[in-house]
Design a protein around this ligand. Structure first.
Ligand code: NAD
Length: 356
């Protein structure tokens, strides 16, 4: 595969406020949208943070719903939509990682509410018009302009509390967006530049954060990388890596960021065989002869999760996952069948270094 000069750049439509202490911009940003009262959303684990935010907003707080959970189950969304209607809010503010932001998107899709997202992980959902929802053990994904948050406030200070393990896994989750954007069938030069800069930012930040999670400069670099990765996720189609993570998360309930972290060296190593120089920014930023090996060694150096077997998956589960993963067709640089996917999953289960 080689770079192409024929492309469509879809644009980047969200308003982004980035910096340290930017939470102070929340009230003016709400006003800018012409909104008066917000329903605040978070996970139960971030209840204290969202309560503090509610106090800070004062009369602009219509209510708090701290029941967001991973993979956006539709029964939780139903409850949250009822809370939104009852509160008399005219917008939602999601504080947290992809779980809180996913709930905000699900409410917006059903009610037309404006959203302000305040991300505190590196997952990147805040920059996309994509919503994945689960019902009866199946995850379905859709894209719709109504899903995209109107405003995103990135406040570096809010990421200082992200635990080290989640920092590493979430950082690798973000790098996964950049990696797949580099070979996406609808890639374009702007998104490729952003993806390459994002990988560089994480390559510099994550080792520092493993040593000191409170390093503010590294936190700023990582959040900047997360913004870039979220934007490329929103602008380019994802392939094998994201589809496999989606399968494992939706059907086996594996944790989102950790699943990305474990699979990434293997999926990228698999596609590196046909990606030509498109993945060169990965090996260049992380240092390594090939992209898969570079990611594998970077993850190991950071102490990232590296084995699917540690997340309760059995080898029989791998058979089922490989069968589910080939049910639908989608663009991927390298052709594959069920046997190739099963072999790739085996390597990710046992932490075998990818060949490329
Ligand atoms: P998460 O939002 O579930 O967060 C993981 C845990 O960390 C939660 O308990 C959360 O409360 C806590 N946490 C978050 N930030 C913290 C902080 N700064 N300090 C302390 N604790 C903190 O995990 P995630 O990986 O960010 O998001 C995963 C979800 O997002 C999945 O459902 C995934 O499908 C979705 N997602 C969607 C998109 C999209 O574009 N649609 C993109 C990425 C992720």
């Amino acid at each position: 595969m080689t770079s192409t000069r024929a492309f469509i750049f879809p644009g980047i439509r969200s308003r982004v406020v980035f910096g340290a202490g930017t939470l102070s911009q929340l009230a003016p940003e709400m006003e800018r949208l012409g909104r008066k009262r917000a329903l605040l959303l978070a996970t139960p684990q971030q209840r204290n943070d969202v309560d503090a935010l509610a106090d800070r907003l004062g009369s602009a707080t219509a209510g708090v719903f701290a029941g967001a959970v991973m993979h956006t189950p539709v029964d939780v969304t139903r409850e949250a939509v009822a809370a939104y209607a009852q509160s008399g809010a005219d917008c939602v503010i999601a504080l947290g990682g992809g779980s809180s932001i996913g709930l905000g998107k699900a409410i917006a899709l059903r009610t037309g509410a404006d959203q302000i997202a305040i991300p505190t992980t590196y997952a990147g959902s805040e920059m996309t018009d994509i919503l994945g929802e689960t019902s009866a053990g199946e995850k379905t994904t859709r894209r719709d302009p109504a899903i995209l948050p109107e405003t995103v406030i990135y406040d570096v200070d809010l990421t200082l509390s992200l635990p080290k393990e989640m920092t590493v896994a979430s950082g690798l989750n973000a790098i996964a967006h950049a990696a797949e954007a580099l070979y996406a069938p609808d890639r374009n030069p702007i998104l490729s530049l952003m993806a390459a800069d994002a990988v560089r930012a994480f390559a510099a930040a994550l080792p520092v954060l493993v040593a000191d999670p409170f390093d503010r400069g590294a936190r700023a670099d990582a959040l900047y990388g997360a913004w870039l990765c979220g934007a490329v996720l929103g602008g380019a189609s994802m392939s094998l890596h994201h589809k496999l993570c989606h399968t494992l998360g939706g059907s086996f309930d594996t944790p989102h960021a950790q699943t990305h972290a474990i699979l990434l060296p293997h999926t990228i190593g698999f596609n590196a065989a046909v990606a030509g120089d498109l993945l060169a920014p990965i090996s260049a930023a992380l240092g390594g002869a090939t992209p898969g090996k570079a990611l594998h060694r970077f993850a190991a150096r950071l102490g990232a999760p590296t084995r699917l077997r540690d997340f309760g998956l059995t080898e029989a589960d791998l058979d089922r996952a490989a069968a589910i993963a080939v049910k639908n067709t989608y663009a991927n640089p390298r052709a594959f069948g069920q046997a190739e996917i099963r072999a790739l999953l085996q390597d990710a289960w046992a932490c075998t270094e990818p060949p490329l």
